[in-house]
Design a protein around this ligand. Structure first.
Ligand code: ZN
Length: 253
């Protein structure tokens, strides 16, 4: 069973192998041999490529995987064995794409913010950590401008968002951390190495900021609208149940 966190839907999902695996270098002359197989995510139907380095020869694979060789050529047998190998839970498969290329943001009505935040994730997915941090800093600035805070530098814009209660003090601190690290990148201060964890934290903080400014308010609005609609439906049904009085009007208690 080949399973992974899908690069597209970001769910832990089973992937179905499509067709036969193909080798990148001839296994008859190359040992170990490199194989690729095509997989489709059972959840979102998007495709991934699996890469597997096979160290055993055909006979060893056949014996280990208990494959019957009757009527098969050596080449067919090896393909069958590798296909079986790709299905094993303990197979050391390298997935391509390795991680999500970008990220989908629901409830963000500004395309610039949405697309550039996704681009920050795309940078991270190809291990461009400095670029991811720099992009995250730019998204902070874009968010502030989108919310009408155009004056001053990014530090001031973030402070104004907190002053206007658009973000909490904690979210402000997280936005400031993006700014600090992003400023280093923006000003060419590359003396300190940037790790995957640094970039990952910055992206997490960016998600918190986007959640606070766009997603939570949108969810709140949706919930309030649903409550209003329930209330209106209830009033209408009560009105229909009350018989009209002598003067033709309906009295609702
Ligand atoms: Zn998927």
């Amino acid at each position: 069973m080949a399973s992974r966190i899908c690069w597209h839907c970001q769910q832990y999902a089973h992937l179905t192998q499509i067709g036969d695996p193909r080798f990148a270098d001839d296994p008859a002359v190359s040992e170990p041999s490199i194989w690729f197989a095509c997989f489709q995510c059972d959840n979102c139907r998007y495709y991934s490529t699996g890469k597997l380095i096979v160290h055993e020869d055909t006979k060893a694979l056949k014996d280990r995987l208990n494959i019957h060789s009757i009527g098969s050529t050596t080449s067919e047998l090896r393909t069958k064995a590798v296909k079986r190998l790709f299905e094993r839970a303990d197979a050391d498969i390298e997935w391509i794409p390795e991680t999500a290329l970008g990220k989908e943001y629901d409830n963000v009505d500004n395309d610039t913010v949405k697309d550039s935040a996704s681009e920050a994730y795309a940078c991270y997915s190809v291990r461009a950590y400095r670029a991811a941090i720099l992009m995250a800093r730019s998204v902070c600035e874009a968010i502030a401008k989108d919310q009408g805070f155009e004056e001053g530098n990014l530090q001031k814009k973030i402070a104004q968002m907190e002053d206007q209660r658009l973000i909490s003090p904690r979210v402000k601190q997280q936005a400031d951390e993006i700014r600090y690290l992003g400023n280093d990148m923006a000003h060419g201060d590359f003396a300190q190495p940037v790790s995957a964890d640094d970039a990952h934290e910055v992206l997490n903080f960016l998600d918190v900021l986007i959640d606070a400014v766009y997603q939570q308010p949108a969810k709140l609005r949706a919930m309030q609208t649903a409550r209003e609609q329930r209330k209106n439906r209830k009033e209408v049904s009560e009105e229909e149940r009350v018989p009209p009085s002598d003067d033709g009007t309906r009295k609702i208690s």
